[in-house]
Design a protein around this ligand. Structure first.
Ligand code: GCU
Length: 651
């Protein structure tokens, strides 16, 4: 049958063969839901009923003793949401110390069964690695989505609270299934509308709808709200009237939403208001808000800041502004740091702030919506990129995953009003991967890709054997054809789609791609060593040492840290120019391979989704070549070199 992708990875496609026989033999039975009063346990039971009956293609047997049981007041230890599952031929027990653990355990059981595991073999003992696992929606009240490539916003502010959109429930189910426990519903470039009394009932409606699913609601707060909507002449965080305004605002919100998560704040960044407007620091601003919410919630303060005034190297600015404030933030403040120091590029080294603020809780921000990776048009599975960051050793007592464990992970959402939620079928995998990694950052990209592909498309081993490697390779393909060897930010200014390395005449230096690649007749790359901007010195000495020698280092970061001549001998033995061309070619060839692989998978995929993915891959193939040819033509214009022998000719 045709499928439109709406069901995401929660399709519970009917089992076949041995897996079906095993579940039939087990003959799952649930206790009647009539006796359940806890809303979270209720939705867990409903999901089990829905999933099990769909896997079996029949309603569950009624009556008799239940053999799939939930114990949500058990002695399972660990943070909220932890659970244990023991499966035996006689019964499957899901145990947790709180209802949320039962909900996550129910989803885990359905995931295992969906993957074809026999009921008696399921044994899991799980605890979330970090407390906050949040989506950040960059959605505006008018229904537009900043950097959204999947249609309009999923949030129908206009009709809320009167209309309860069933999509909000499916959204919550999807999030709960992967352990996401909070949602910031509006853009970080925040409209003050969300803090007005008119919007509060709308927020209440959403919070009420999501509460059973363990999703707490957060909003982005505009720092100048006391002026914008409060009638005050200032938003100075040390002004007593300003403090009183925020205190009253927080009290008003908490009276209506007792489990309100808190505020996310983008301040003094890209023109947004903030405490520096009044000569105060980020800590002054964050702590003032932290006082207003108190122990009821969290202030998540973003570290994505850069300004035209300090133009030595944009990559250095967040560290310079924030690291001196270490230890000054209130306990309920978290500083949210993007994975890299520039901005969600196809590849960046991990942000030097990780590990550099031992007395501040830091949260990792990644971007699900692929602003710089071909939007929804290009297939790029991002788990390998996030795994790369999470596994990066900071050289300061742990890797990034360990540094952020006391806080959490935020993912800039890729959802929209498109029927398939994310604009393309494979972008659903990035939503899935984000939740799974925030729950357990030690999961491999391969495990995640397998889980997702099996639940979303087909659990046939032949399908998985081809589609999983295709997914795992896909992000590297984008790096190769857009920004190989550590290049960054070569996309068209503003929209960030398509190549524009030649642009160099925009008002602010750091808006220009030429600022990032610094290519001239003599060479290419951004010198961030002591001889250049010295951004390298922001890393721990051991880490900086790994990247200080261009000839010895991991070449994936070469031009991020070094400006080298075109004939520089790379580790492959090829000269830089030859290596660059080879990587562009490799990227395009990988897309060819993806197309070939996908064509072979038609027997396993319904026609509608098969066609949609094929069409997107054809667009990607064309645009990969556009990237390569346009970039190479520009580099040749700069260096005057011919294409190396054997390089694929431009179209
Ligand atoms: C990027 C993006 C902006 C966004 C900003 C942010 O610069 O292009 O649209 O507002 O990141 O993260 O705040």
């Amino acid at each position: 049958p045709e499928e439109d992708g709406y069901a995401l990875w929660l399709r519970y496609a009917p089992l076949e063969g041995q897996a079906k026989a095993a579940l039939e033999r087990f003959d799952p039975r649930l206790a009647p839901v009539s006796a359940i009063s806890d809303p979270t346990i209720l939705v867990a039971m409903q999901e089990l009923d829905r999933g099990l009956s769909s896997l079996l293609e029949r309603p569950l047997a009624a009556g008799g003793d239940a053999n799939v049981t939930l114990d949500c007041t058990s002695d399972v230890t660990g943070p909220e949401g932890s659970y244990r599952i023991t499966g035996a031929a006689s019964g499957i027990a899901i145990m947790a110390a709180d209802p949320r653990g039962c909900l996550y355990g129910s989803h885990a059981l359905l995931r295992e069964l969906s993957l074809g595991t026999a009921p008696g073999r399921i044994s899991l003992d799980q605890a979330p690695a970090m407390p906050l696992r949040l989506l950040n929606h960059w959605d505006n009240p008018d229904g537009s989505v900043e950097r959204g490539y999947a249609g309009r916003s999923i949030f129908d502010w206009w009709h809320m609270p009167g209309r309860s959109d069933p999509r909000m429930i499916d959204y919550a189910r999807a999030n709960a299934s992967i352990g996401i426990n909070g949602s910031v519903v509006n853009n970080v470039n925040a409209s003050p509308l969300f803090l007005t009394p008119r919007y509060l009932p709308k927020l209440v409606a959403l919070a009420d709808a999501w509460r059973p699913y363990g999703i707490r609601l957060y909003i982005s707060a505009r720092f100048s709200a006391p002026r914008d909507i409060g009638g005050l002449g200032t938003a100075d965080p040390l002004d007593p009237q300003v403090r009183a305004w925020w205190q009253a605002k927080a009290d008003e919100i908490y009276a209506a939403i007792p489990d309100f998560g808190g505020f996310l704040v983008k301040a003094n960044s890209e023109g947004q208001p903030g405490p520096q407007d009044y000569g105060r620091t980020h800590a002054d601003g964050a702590n003032m808000l932290a006082g207003a919410v108190g122990d009821r919630g969290t202030i998540i303060w973003r570290a994505f800041v850069y300004s035209a005034e300090d133009e030595t190297d944009r990559a250095k600015q967040a560290y310079e502004e924030f690291v001196p404030l270490d230890g000054e933030f209130a306990p309920n403040v978290i500083v949210q740091v993007k994975n890299g120091a520039i901005d969600f590029q196809p590849r960046e080294p991990f942000h030097p702030m990780f590990g550099a603020m031992p007395d501040t809780r830091l949260m990792l921000e990644v971007q699900l919506t692929k602003e710089y990776l071909g939007f929804a048009s290009h297939l790029a599975f991002l788990a390998p990129m996030w795994e790369e960051v999470l596994d990066s050793d900071t050289g300061r007592g742990g890797n990034v995953a360990q540094v952020v464990a006391p806080a959490g992970m935020a993912g800039v959402a890729n959802t929209g009003s498109d029927r398939n939620w994310t604009g393309s079928d494979f972008d659903q995998a990035n939503w899935y991967a984000f939740g799974r990694l925030a729950w357990d950052p030690t999961l491999s990209s391969k495990t995640i890709a397998r889980e997702w592909a099996a639940q979303t498309f087909s659990r046939d081993p032949a399908f998985l054997a081809a589609s999983v490697p295709m997914m795992l390779d896909s992000r590297e393909a984008v790096v190769d054809y857009m920004t190989p060897l550590g290049l960054a930010h070569l996309m068209g200014t503003g929209h960030h789609y398509g190549p524009a390395p030649w642009v160099c005449d925009l008002g602010r230096p750091d808006w220009n791609p030429c600022y990032y690649h610094r290519a001239d007749k003599g060479g290419i790359g951004f010198d961030r060593t002591a001889g250049g901007s010295n951004a390298l010195a922001q890393y721990a000495p051991d880490i900086a040492a790994q990247w200080s020698d261009p000839a010895a280092m991991n070449q994936d970061y070469l031009l991020w840290f070094h400006h080298v001549p075109w004939d520089f001998r790379t580790r492959s033995g090829r000269g830089l120019w030859e290596e660059l061309v080879a990587r562009y070619d490799r990227g395009v060839a990988k897309v060819d391979d993806m197309q070939t692989t996908w064509q072979s998978l038609s027997p396993y995929v319904d026609p509608q989704r098969f066609r949609a993915v094929s069409e997107m891959l054809a667009i990607q193939r064309q645009e990969a070549q556009w990237w390569r040819d346009a970039s190479l033509a520009y580099w040749q214009h700069v260096n005057g070199l011919p294409l190396p022998a054997g390089a694929a000719p431009p179209a």
